[in-house]
Design a protein around this ligand. Sequence first.
Ligand code: SAH
Length: 217
Amino acid sequence: MVQNHDYKQARERMVKTQLIPRGITDPRVLAAMRKVPRHLFVEEALRGEAYNDHPLPIGHKQTISQPYIVALMTQALELKGDEHVLEIGTGSGYQTAILAELSEKVYTVERIRPLLEKARKTLWELGYTNILFKAFDGTLGWKEYAPFDAIIVTAGAPKIPQPLLDQLAEGGRLVIPVGGRFSQDLVKVTKKNGHIIQKDLGGCRFVDLVGVHGWKE
Ligand code: SAH
């Protein structure tokens, strides 16, 4: 039987061997990665692998992202604690928990309802109260609560969905994998004086962003 303190050690090891050596330096991001029990976001049979350096299946042909990618994307959002953050692709809810640790409010959107409901339950059981959930096509954003200080998309897009650019606040950051179906570049967009500045954060591989402004099914 694996004990909770073994998982704590596994998280510490993950931070020391996978995150810090690759340039994750934001102390708040590292603290959140040390804190959130990633093993509770995967099925029981996979818990022993939860802190390994790769993604894992979560059902419905979707995956929970590799810890390093979660940390890299989160660090790029430059969260200080008072932001309203839009997340597209709730999946397991793990990235959602990291965002909820680091910001004021998280608005998370997932197109596969059973995944959304499972994530909602996991996050509720962990005590998070600053998250709003919606089963919807996230390529359209979440207009009612726009603009957002930060937007994160955890599925690969053919191009940046225009509604997300429109719903990004002045000074806001958007992080999204953009490219082909089998590999993408992680792109960070910053809105300054109404202009869009793009920065490439490196190669990555995500499942498809499916929707009106994404891939067709
Ligand atoms: N951050 C998640 C990653 C889940 S994988 C985690 O760490 O567990 C990407 C998720 O994006 C999948 O659950 C998929 O169903 C979802 N997705 C794909 N296209 C979407 C869209 N248009 N709107 C909302 N969610 C979408």
